[in-house]
Design a binder for this molecule. Structure first.
Ligand code: OOG
Ligand code: NI
Length: 492
């Protein structure tokens, strides 16, 4: 029998092999990421593993796929359900992107701490929004929906095996093998000829719409390794002659530029700041490069078939930091707004330099302060070496940490950022497409997506808060103290 997490790990590994054959630059990216991770581990030792063991980080990937209809999305959910992955978060990229990105998205991922530690494979999954009149007029919408209704992305045998695996939590060896074969094949680039005129009709609206609705199959768009020092990775890829997009999306890193291995977790809660880092890494930082055009077969209106080329896939890499609470996230969103404001006034300013300059006004420089101000999530444990001289534990979180009663380990951010995702989509598109902002956008939200999926889209904040809350309760029991609450706004 193969259980869900082994199925998930095997699926991620095979997808990675398949994608490496399709997009060779991905293999380079994985190699460089591994080298950087090894160097960071050497330079920083155990501290490098504060946001996940090196085993987890080296195997860690996220994929991105795009589907056309709620029915297709439901089917994808069944395939990922078999792998123990659940829809988490709602992202509206229509609003986050300036150019035409007519999709709403969620991410399928494990939600349980242990499952994440075993294999955190996640897939950013986008659904086309043909009902949004800003992008599609009535006629195009009707044609698009008819086209999508006539295709089948996932064979019935795959879906039947998926349902079995989800219900039982495992599959017998032979069925597991078959499931994996079919599941990986469903995300392979198809050789079936593409109707060139139809593809180009959609491309005028949006390259993303064409990639989703212009073909009769789906494919993995990118597969993203995780790296411990993304600034260093960016430099090394550039040195190899790979042209990266011009920014690293997301919050500025807290490391000192040029120093391998210091842009990491920074100061631990309750201890002195790490001399190398200016602030702890939070949320998610991502960057990418455009993959090469790939040969695709095209069918002309007269029926002739010829070799063409499409350039829709890209390479992406990411660094993950600590998950922020809603209050912490508001600070990050404020930063984005302030950076935009500054750039509007000074268009020639360097975006990341501006972000670095503004960052310290918004978030504290240590894990300790992030914890006591309730700006980020941690797993708390009773300190094994806590005072044993009969004194009572202090009441506040700040004192419990400072006096060595509690230990806090950061909870890693497992989700995505809409603004970064839109930036990644955008910077890898050739045309801006078109969008008519005089029309009112069709409303899609998390509840709509849950209904479309026929599964609850989970709230990422609730998941992190639950993990933190359970750990605090356990720690308090062990200390024989009341559960301390972080005290927002007491310091800083
Ligand atoms: C998804 C783009 C977003 C990320 O990591 O934020 C994304 C796509 O291109 O389909 O992958
Ligand atoms: Ni991605």
């Amino acid at each position: 029998m193969i259980n869900q997490w082994r199925l998930r790990a095997a699926f991620a590994r095979r997808l990675s092999e398949m994608y490496g054959q399709e997009v060779p630059a991905y293999t380079t990216l994985v190699d460089v990421s591994r080298e950087v991770n090894e160097d960071v581990l050497r330079a920083r030792g155990a501290d490098a593993e504060r946001l996940g063991s090196i085993g987890r980080v080296t195997a860690e990937r996220h994929g991105a796929i795009r589907v056309g209809t709620p029915r297709e999305l439901q089917q994808v959910a069944r395939v990922f359900g078999a792998l123990g992955m659940h829809p988490v978060g709602f992202y509206d990229l229509r609003e986050a992107a300036a150019s035409a990105v007519p999709v709403v998205s969620t991410a399928f991922r494990p939600v349980d701490g242990e499952e994440l530690a075993r294999n955190p494979f996640r897939v950013f999954t986008s659904l086309l929004t043909p009902a949004d009149p800003r992008f599609f007029d009535e006629e195009l919408r009707a044609r698009l929906e008819t086209f999508l209704a006539g295709r089948e992305l996932f064979p019935p045998e795959l879906l039947a095996l998926a349902d079995r695996a989800e219900a039982a939590g495992e599959l017998p060896d032979a069925e597991a093998e078959r499931f994996l074969e079919l599941a990986v094949a469903a995300f392979e680039l198809s050789r079936e000829p593409i109707d060139r005129v139809w593809y180009e009709t959609l491309e005028k609206v949006s390259a993303v719409a064409a990639d989703i609705g212009g073909v009769r199959s789906t494919h993995i768009n990118h597969l993203t390794p995780r790296v411990l020092d993304i600034d260093e990775l960016y430099r090394r890829m550039t040195a190899r002659g790979i042209e990266m997009i011009d920014t690293i999306q997301g919050p500025p890193g807290g490391g000192l530029p040029g120093a391998v291995g210091v842009s990491g977790a920074g100061a631990q809660a309750g201890s002195a700041p790490d001399a190398g880092a200016l602030w702890p890494d939070v949320l998610l930082r991502q960057t990418s490069f455009r993959a090469l055009a790939e040969p695709r077969t095209m069918r002309e209106p007269d029926g002739t078939v010829r070799e063409g080329a499409l350039r829709v896939r890209f390479g992406e890499v990411e660094a993950r930091g600590i998950a922020l609470t809603r209050a912490g996230r508001e600070r990050y969103d404020t930063l984005l707004a302030r950076v935009d404001e500054r750039l509007a006034r000074e268009p020639s300013a360097d975006r990341s330099a501006v972000a670095r300059a503004l960052w310290p006004d918004l978030l504290p420089g240590t894990e300790h302060e992030l914890a006591v101000q309730d700006l980020a999530y941690f797993t708390y444990r009773a300190a094994p070496d806590r005072p044993r001289d009969g004194t009572r534990p202090p009441a506040t979180m700040a004192d419990l940490l400072a006096a060595g009663w509690l230990r806090a380990e950061p909870i890693v951010y497992e989700d995505f950022l809409p603004r970064s995702a839109a930036g990644i989509f955008q910077s890898n598109l050739s045309g801006k497409g078109r969008r008519d902002d005089d029309q009112t956008g069709a409303a899609y939200d998390s509840a709509w997506l849950s209904a479309a999926l026929d599964r609850d889209v989970l709230d990422p904040y609730a998941l992190y808060a639950d993990q933190q809350g359970r750990s605090l309760k356990r720690a308090a029991e062990e200390l024989g103290a009341p559960v301390p609450v972080p005290a927002p706004g007491t310091t800083g």
